[in-house]
Write a protein of this length. Structure first.
Ligand code: MIG
Length: 660
């Protein structure tokens, strides 16, 4: 059952797409002093799930989180905000219920942080809708929630292949070299990503003619090798006379305005930019149609970046800061002045105050950006998705975004933002998966190998052994960090085998993906969602159920040669060096120490289950998903969902096959 409550006059976020009657009873946990506050008591062992892309554990208890979409490539345990705002939680325990706090601006979740036994949710203002969902269990609550927020995005099948990306592939030769090396090493690959380097002076929908003289030909050549090029699009539009996107945006008032009604200026990679007002339907349409510049060159996928939106600085604040610094440096800088100085400089990037300085035009009314901040990235991806449905109606286009709000899951996937080549970030990514699935985000994954910092070979292998299970499987790294294309490591063959195993798993992963989409289910679940009476299962923070047949328990510690795994039931352990070289062993319910050398992937098949496993796939093009063999318990069966991999609506070509 879903109860909806409305406070004040909330901005229509469009997260919920089903009509729900507003409840007549007063919401019990509410009080206000200008900021809406919701207070719940937590029993000693209550668990709080959710919040999508956030830091810390599967159980969110014991920290304070802030939904405020924010570019933080340096995030760690102490962080409070990341790239997405996914305000859905499930309290599980003495009382079990789901709650969605639908508000476009900032909102804080104090989940047993100030007081262990209390959860306090505080909105920035008084305007929001709240949905309280009760049901049979956590899965049922998720299903009801997913049903009201609309069906999740389905990418083309090729997007389930492996992708190589790097910020710093500077020209066509770099791209061809990556493709060549992957082929030479015998590593399957379905996509290569173009980061901002392909553009002319970081201008959206342009291609640098010196470094990429013929992008169409490059895209065509790559496609003959089964590789899709996936370019990046940034939110900010460069201010430059004669640049059509800039000129049109100015002419039609498609950009966000400052308080004086002028186009607001921020600075990001292109230098000074304007931000498209993605909250205006007309601006969305206009920007979305620009993607055809690239689809006309044969491009079939995009990633949308910097759409929190990230702002490196604004000119006002920079000028003020420089003036302040001049004052500080005119005399002898004492220690206090020194800290004021470094603080001011660090505070330029992503300064919260800058988001108070620009406005969206909503049906002629100026709405302050900070009141609707968390909707910006979602509407950028929506702009692309809706336009591409018109431009290429016959097929799916790959989209994923950095910033998002619930609702964005209908238009594309998300990647989990800038992480680091840290061991802890393998676990962090994994802990976000079920929370993201709860909020509808199924097409997701982390920058495999880590984006910032320097990777090591062992980190890469372990990361692959985790990421090869996630729908989005992309190796991505930042300019200036150690190179991490798989062919550069000593043990290329170990990495190659992991990628091949991924391709063998695609029939299963894709099938479970489609089931999750079509039935409003989660692809990745905490153990306790299926083993609700098992007190031990409730405490597991580093294993996940994948679909209804698998459990994953990756190794995420350096120099570990295995790890402890908890089995909530008897399972079949699979230990794989390659897809044709593996052993299986039945293990009983309970704790086990599981060895796993660096070149061994270990996963678990649930009791009496089996998964489709294609031992020959070399790319998504020749993946035979019609009749793969089954891997798992003898005499078990599997119901496989598949489709043609491109039709915009999966049900148009859906095939349901019972495999024995
Ligand atoms: O300020 O385009 O998250 O994936 O490589 C950094 C360069 C801008 C941030 C993205 C990252 C991308 C990078 N971008």
């Amino acid at each position: 059952m879903i109860k909806k409550y409305i406070y004040g006059n909330p901005f229509p976020t469009e997260a919920v797409v089903k009509e729900i009657k507003v409840s007549e009873d007063k919401m019990p946990f509410f009080e206000t002093d200008g900021r809406g506050r919701f207070t719940f008591n937590l029993a000693e062992h209550d668990i709080v799930y959710g919040l999508g892309e956030q830091i810390r554990g599967i159980n969110k208890r014991g920290w304070q989180y802030v939904s405020w979409n924010y570019d933080n490539p340096n995030h760690h345990e102490d962080t409070r905000s990341l790239y997405g705002a996914h305000n859905f939680i499930i309290v599980s325990g003495k009382e079990t219920f789901g709650a969605f706090f639908d508000c476009a601006g900032k909102i804080e979740f104090d989940i047993g942080y100030t007081q262990r036994s209390e959860m306090k949710i505080t909105a920035a203002g008084n305007d929001l809708s709240v949905y309280i969902i009760t049901g049979e269990n956590e899965k049922d609550i998720v299903k009801q929630f997913r049903n009201i927020i609309g069906r999740s995005y389905v990418p083309p099948l090729w997007a389930f292949g492996y992708g190589q990306s790097r910020w710093g592939y500077r020209n066509e030769d770099d791209i061809r070299e990556v493709a060549k090396q992957y082929k030479a090493a015998g590593i399957p690959i379905d996509s290569i990503y173009l980061d901002i380097d392909y553009m002319e002076r970081y201008k959206d929908f342009t291609v640098d003619s010196e470094r990429f003289p013929d992008l169409k030909k490059l895209a065509d050549d790559m496609k003959t090798q089964g590789i899709h090029l996936v370019p990046i699009i940034d939110a900010g539009v460069k201010i430059e006379e004669g640049y059509d996107v800039y000129e049109e945006g100015v002419q039609h008032n498609y950009f966000c305005k400052n308080a004086e009604g002028e186009d607001f200026v921020g600075a990001v990679w292109p230098g000074r930019v304007h931000f498209p007002d993605f909250l205006q339907p007309e601006a969305r349409k206009w920007f979305g149609r620009k993607y055809s510049v690239l689809t006309d060159m044969g491009i079939e996928g995009f990633w949308n970046d910097m759409n929190e939106p990230a702002i490196f600085y604004t000119e006002d604040r920079l000028a003020d800061t420089c003036a302040e610094i001049e004052k500080l440096t005119s005399g002898n800088m004492g220690i206090n002045e020194y800290f004021t100085f470094t603080g001011m400089v660090a505070g330029l990037n992503g300064n919260t105050g800058d988001y108070d300085k620009f406005y969206h035009n909503i049906n002629g009314k100026m709405v302050k950006h900070s009141d609707v901040h968390n909707l910006y990235g979602m509407n950028m991806t929506r702009s692309a998705f809706e336009a591409l449905q018109e431009i290429c109606p016959e097929k799916r286009t790959l989209f994923f975004s950095r910033s998002s709000y619930i609702g964005a899951h209908r238009y594309g996937g998300i990647w989990q933002g800038d992480n680091k080549s840290w061991w802890s970030h393998i676990l962090q990514s994994m802990q976000q998966l079920p929370a993201l699935n709860m909020a509808g985000f199924l097409f997701t994954g982390s920058d495999t190998g880590g984006f910032g910092c320097d990777v090591t070979e062992d980190l890469m292998l372990r990361w692959l052994q985790y990421s090869l299970f996630t729908p989005l499987f992309r190796n991505h790294s930042a300019d200036g960090t150690r190179r991490q294309e798989l062919y550069r490591f000593d043990n290329v063959s170990a990495a190659a085998e992991m990628i091949k195993i991924r391709y063998s798993l695609i029939p299963y992963l894709y099938s479970e993906y489609l089931k999750a989409v079509l039935n409003d289910e989660m692809m990745f679940k905490p153990l306790a969602f299926d083993f609700s009476d098992d007190d031990m299962a409730k405490q597991v923070e580093d294993q996940l159920l994948l679909g209804n047949e698998l459990m994953i328990a990756p190794v995420y510690k350096q120099n570990a040669r295995g790890r402890y795994v908890y089995l909530p039931e008897e399972m079949m352990m699979v230990r794989m060096k390659s897809r044709n070289d593996f052993q299986t062993q039945i293990l009983e319910k309970g704790h086990h120490y599981i060895n796993s050398e660096l070149d061994e992937l270990v996963f678990f098949i649930r009791n009496k289950k089996a998964i489709p496993f294609d031992r020959t796939a070399e790319s998504t093009e020749n993946t035979d998903i019609s009749q793969p063999e089954l891997l798992g318990y003898p005499d078990s069966s599997y119901v496989m969902y598949s489709d043609n991999g491109i039709s915009p609506k999966p049900e148009d070509s859906l095939k349901v096959t019972a495999l024995h």
